[in-house]
Design a protein around this ligand. Structure first.
Ligand SMILES: Cc1cc2nc3c(=O)[nH]c(=O)nc-3n(C[C@H](O)[C@H](O)[C@H](O)COP(=O)(O)OP(=O)(O)OC[C@H]3O[C@@H](n4cnc5c(N)ncnc54)[C@H](O)[C@@H]3O)c2cc1C
Length: 359
């Protein structure tokens, strides 16, 4: 695997669980999409309040997978907990109720459903003039911790190298395997999981990527406390006591990770996120006693049709890619990694995942 973000880590684990020999290579870029991501996994999304794409296929695999990785590493980074949805209008409240209001909130399982909120405890300090509901199932992957634990695990196994691999100049496609000159290993196959960096080299620079920068603010508040992830205008994630992440913007024009005051797009993103924070905590003390601790940005490897991009290279048989995870890497990566490994074993890749599908 070249690239150790959500894509590369998922492939590495699924291969390891199949008892395959793995070598994971990553340059540990601190501003990679996977390290900046909030890791939210939400069953109901978008303005149509629809179930997340292929939810029933991806979620059970992701849930089992992250629990298994937690068990294997002895670390905790996967938290399953309902998320609070604040309605932005009466029509949105009606839409959620008509689509999901009939499902029994007490049933466990993986199907999307909503349940009423407790006005006092769940909504304390939040501005919700049109009401709210709890969305089930929802989860959060602490991506930084998951990725670091994964890298540490494979480093201990001697199955990871931290390096910036210059793929083009180092490539050596021998008849009996694939190798890169500075890597002491000849592989049966190589899987490129580079996120937007796929555009830097000739191998998969034809992937139909349509990247988008996202910004997140880290905010501290003396008075505001909330237990659940909140979705309203954007989202709010409680992290440590009194600390929150507020996100995320979507910008297809600015594709840097520069968060400095000199970058007008970063300033604009910060202002937009502050507005979202203020809209959510309107009327509570949190509007006055907060402190912005930081801003981070990364570029999501999104595709034109918002579906993932996996499959084999056009001419190099033993070279594959897993990319195009967009805003849903935490949910999709474990299931897609299995689909890709099955394909390497000879199975067909469903057309909607295949990177060579028509736009
Ligand atoms: C602000 C923001 C918020 C987000 N929130 C969420 C969320 O709530 N939920 C969710 O599921 N997703 C979220 N995402 C999306 C998520 O981050 C992506 O879906 C996912 O991280 C993509 O993973 P990846 O492994 O394909 O790419 P990347 O994370 O970009 O990983 C690619 C890796 O490959 C390495 N690499 C590339 N080339 C080389 C090379 N030549 N040599 C060595 N290493 C190399 C890079 O350093 C990097 O570590 C968010 C993204 C952003 C930007």
């Amino acid at each position: 695997m070249i690239g150790g973000g959500l894509a590369g880590c998922a492939v590495a684990w699924q291969a390891h669980f199949r008892s395959l020999k793995v070598l994971l290579i990553d340059r540990q870029d601190p501003d990679s999409s996977s390290r900046v991501a909030a890791g939210l996994v939400t069953s109901i999304t978008g303005t149509r309040a629809a179930a997340s794409w292929k939810w029933e296929e991806f979620y059970p695999v992701a849930d089992r997978f992250y629990r298994q990785v937690e068990h294997t590493t002895g670390e905790m980074f996967w938290k399953v907990q309902p998320a609070l949805k604040i309605y932005e209008s009466i029509s949105e409240a009606e839409l959620y109720q008509s689509r999901w209001g009939d499902a029994d909130p007490n049933t466990s399982g993986t199907s999307p459903r909503i349940s009423p909120v407790d006005q006092t405890s769940d909504l304390a300090g939040l501005h919700a003039p049109f009401g709210a509901c709890m969305m089930h199932p929802s989860a959060r992957l602490e991506t930084q911790k998951y990725i670091q634990s994964t890298h540490d695990f494979f480093l201990r196994l001697n199955a990871m190298q931290v390096m910036n691999l210059d793929l083009e100049s180092e490539f050596d496609g021998r008849s009996d395997g694939i190798a890169f000159r500075s890597v002491e290993c000849k592989s049966a196959c190589v899987i490129l999981c580079q996120g937007v960096a796929a555009r830097e080299n000739i191998f998969f620079n034809r992937l139909p990527l349509h990247p988008a920068r996202g910004d997140i603010l880290q905010i501290e508040s003396k008075s505001f406390r909330i237990e659940h992830v909140v979705h309203g205008q954007g989202w709010l994630v409680p992290t440590d006591a009194g600390r929150f992440l507020v996100g995320a913007t979507y910008d297809r024009n600015e594709l840097t990770t520069d968060c400095s005051q000199q970058n007008p797009n970063a300033v604009k993103a910060r202002e937009e996120l502050m507005k979202r924070w203020e809209a959510l905590v309107q009327g509570s003390f949190a509007t006055k006693d907060h402190l912005v601790l930081g801003q981070r940005a990364a570029v999501r490897p999104a595709s034109y049709d918002r579906h993932p991009l996996i499959g084999q290279h056009e001419t190099i048989d033993r070279m594959y890619c897993m990319n195009g995870l967009g805003s849903k890497g935490s949910l999709m990566a474990p299931g897609l990694a299995n689909t890709l490994l099955d394909a390497i074993d000879g199975a067909r890749i469903p057309k909607h995942f295949e990177w060579k599908r028509r736009k």
